[in-house]
Ligand binder design. Structure first.
Ligand SMILES: [Zn+2]
Length: 275
């Protein structure tokens, strides 16, 4: 009986300088490349949603004729395969997106995609250029200005047709592990320079210690408080273990007496006041 997988065949590897190598073939891979060009990587910051939650999100958000196919990777991201490049771009070029209240990172799939090298570092961000001179709103000039920030992808509809002229808004793939520029120095053809301010719709936190998106160990508030809580937890555990040790040595029922609401630590507080 035929299984639902695929039957494979033997294709021997090549040997180069005594080293066995598998050589992939462009023409064989082309259909797969074409297929995955219609895919995006989706990562939810601060959470990895269940497949069910992702399916519900897909149904509620994307009303395309053919529903995208969702695949889950256990590093916590999804690959969403759309049925056309048009559907994919429609999702990719709108946003920023959220799922519940959590921000989403969406980016085009690429063959060398690796969660830790890629999605957590280089992501598409919407950048705005307030009061950009109108003669800079052409496709090539906008591309040139945006290229100083990263890899420009797309310009929003209002900017493209100059419907709203207070700012130009561009989607740019940027490295968030570096400080994001707040201004760009632009020199016009006559040699006159001006400083163009850059604003971002939303920038995820990036932790330079953990090399991860979604939090920042350095910027964390009240770190002392967090450390103290952990110590308290440890103390409690130690106390519970000591009690269990005492318990194992006794055969009669026993009871600890005392006021458990009493102040134990010099830093303990009553109604928000240190005592
Ligand atoms: Zn960290």
């Amino acid at each position: 009986m035929a299984a639902k997988g695929m039957y494979l065949i033997i294709i021997p590897p090549t040997i180069q300088d005594g080293i066995k190598k598998v050589q992939l073939q462009q023409e064989v891979m082309e259909p797969e490349n074409m297929k995955w060009q219609k895919a995006v990587i989706l990562y939810v910051i601060g959470e990895s949603p269940s497949i069910g939650a992702m399916e519900r999100f897909k149904t509620s958000q994307w009303n395309f004729a053919a529903k995208p196919i969702v695949s889950y990777h256990n590093e916590g991201y999804f690959v969403i395969l759309f049925s056309s490049i048009k559907d994919k771009n429609e999702v990719l070029y709108s946003g920023p997106h959220t799922m519940g209240a959590k921000p989403l990172i969406l980016k085009s799939w690429s063959a060398d995609f690796n969660l830790y090298n890629e999605v957590l570092k280089t992501i598409p961000l919407w950048a705005s250029f307030p009061n950009l001179p109108l003669n800079c709103w052409g496709r090539l000039t906008l591309s040139r200005i945006a290229s100083s920030l990263g890899c420009p992808i797309y310009v929003d509809e209002c900017t493209a047709n100059t419907a709203i002229i207070s700012y130009a808004r561009v989607l740019i793939e940027m490295d968030i592990s570096k400080e994001l520029p707040k201004c760009i120095i632009v020199q016009d053809p006559s040699g006159k320079e001006f400083e163009q301010v850059v604003e971002y719709d939303w920038v995820p936190q990036y932790c330079k210690k953990c090399l991860m998106v979604g939090h920042d160990c350095d910027g964390e508030q009240d770190r002392a408080g967090a450390t103290r809580k952990i110590l308290k937890g440890e103390q409690q555990q130690q106390r519970a273990e000591a009690l269990r040790r005492v318990d194992s040595q006794l055969t009669n029922p026993w009871l600890i007496m005392g006021d458990f609401n009493a102040i134990m630590d010099i830093e303990d507080m009553v109604n928000g006041t240190t005592v």
